[in-house]
Design a protein around this ligand. Structure first.
Ligand code: ADP
Length: 386
């Protein structure tokens, strides 16, 4: 009983050792096919013995060898080829066929086995590559359909939300100014909160609209000549009300006297976004430093904070549409992941760029790079003339 169990285990180990590795056949199929090949070789050898002196029957011995090459794992092919060569030599020894023919066959059998196996592996791997390419293409199609659905959602939602938000904003502002009459003290108390929330929704709708325009190539810049000194201080001042107790916001003076050819409103939106992020992602306070430097061709505006920073793995996501970097320290901070995406695209439309450097837990520096007025790209100049 024990011996039988052990021999069964040995057979299984043997099957595992010689099992197919790079072929499509399953272990059971391979074992059946191997037995068939060996049986065929036996029949060929028997034919040679019976039809003494010919050696022609031996040619059939190549068939199982080639078949093994196509369907079996390398080690099994070696077994079949070795058995075939062994049988050839055995038959020469019995004097059934002439030694020269048998010797030539014994030499060519392994070559045939190797060639047919190599051919089979080649065909199989090219089929695998085709499958892989097909799967990649299908995944690419799915991803682009998803992107289209996102764009469609942005377009629809932003258009539908635009007018109701404008109405709400108007009425809330009238409530605040008293144009709709004196409010009871309890109602007057919630007006600032309402104003704050409706402004947040308005910014979100604006971002969605801008993103939809960008997707449809409908985003039209309105460039004018601006002095850096007239753009930067108002943008910095506009975020001061958002500063928490531990925050210090500093704009390095003097601001370089350089002119830019730019869409002023949109450059302010980019600066606002960078400054609001610097505040938002520094929940424990810290210094936020803004400075502008220039060289022969460009102006670089840096916004540097000492906030939560960005993990290395998240840097690739920063400027993607809806890209938010997930981390424990930012999970509770609300956002859409549209701000940096839009900011960089708009900077690039100006012939500039937006880049980030960051170290987790230490802080981040975002740098907006814009060409100086006399280096502005041709398409911006044309828009001014138009
Ligand atoms: P939002 O802030 O609305 O999520 P953004 O596009 O402005 O979208 O920013 C994308 C992501 O980049 C944010 O979710 C945040 O993870 C990260 N990020 C942006 N600015 C900073 C910053 N100053 N410090 C740390 N992380 C930042």
């Amino acid at each position: 009983m024990e011996i039988r169990r052990r021999s069964r285990r040995q057979i299984r180990d043997w099957a595992l050792a010689f099992g197919p590795q790079d072929m499509a056949a399953s272990r059971g199929e391979a074992a059946a096919f191997l037995s068939l090949c060996l049986a065929a070789l036996g029949v060929v050898a028997l034919g040679d013995l019976l039809g003494r002196g010919h050696g022609s029957v031996a040619a059939f011995g190549f068939l199982p060898v080639m078949g093994a090459g196509w369907f079996l794992a390398p080690r099994m092919v070696v077994v079949v080829a070795a058995v075939a060569v062994g049988l050839r030599l055995l038959i020469v020894a019995t004097g059934a066929i002439d030694p020269v023919t048998a010797f030539a066959q014994a030499l060519t059998i392994p070559i045939f086995a190797f060639l047919s196996h190599a051919a089979a592996v080649g065909v199989l791997s090219s089929r695998r590559e085709e499958d892989h390419a097909r799967r990649l293409k299908a995944a690419g199609q799915r991803a682009s359909e998803l992107e289209k659905a996102k764009s469609e959602f942005l377009r629809l939602a932003s258009h539908e939300l635009r007018s109701p938000v404008a109405v709400l904003k108007g009425y809330i502002s009238m409530l605040g100014t008293g144009d709709l009459g004196e409010l009871p003290p309890a109602a007057a108390e919630v007006v600032p909160l309402l104003t704050d929330r409706v402004n947040a929704v308005n910014t979100l709708v604006e971002q969605m609209l801008e993103s939809a325009r960008l997707e449809d190539s409908r985003l039209q810049l309105r460039p004018r000549v601006h002095q850096l000194g007239t753009l930067l201080p108002p943008a910095v001042d506009s975020v001061r009300p958002l500063l928490g107790e531990g925050h210090r916001l500093r704009l390095e003076e003097p601001i370089p006297e350089v002119a830019l050819l730019a869409d002023g409103r949109r450059i302010c939106t980019i600066l606002n976004n960078l400054l609001e992020n610097a505040i938002k992602y520094s929940p424990n306070g810290g210094e936020i430093n803004v400075r502008a430097v220039y060289d022969r061709d460009t102006v670089r505006i840096e916004v540097k904070d000492q906030g939560v920073g960005i993990p290395k793995a998240g840097m690739g996501k920063l400027f993607t549409r809806f890209g938010r970097v997930a981390s424990e320290s930012t999970a509770h901070i609300p956002g859409t992941g549209l701000g940096l995406y839009l900011s960089r695209e708009i900077a690039r439309l100006h012939g500039g760029d937006l880049v980030a450097e960051s170290e987790e837990s230490k802080g981040s520096t975002f740098t907006l790079i814009l060409p100086k007025h006399d280096r502005a790209p041709g398409h911006l100049r044309q828009l001014v003339e138009a």
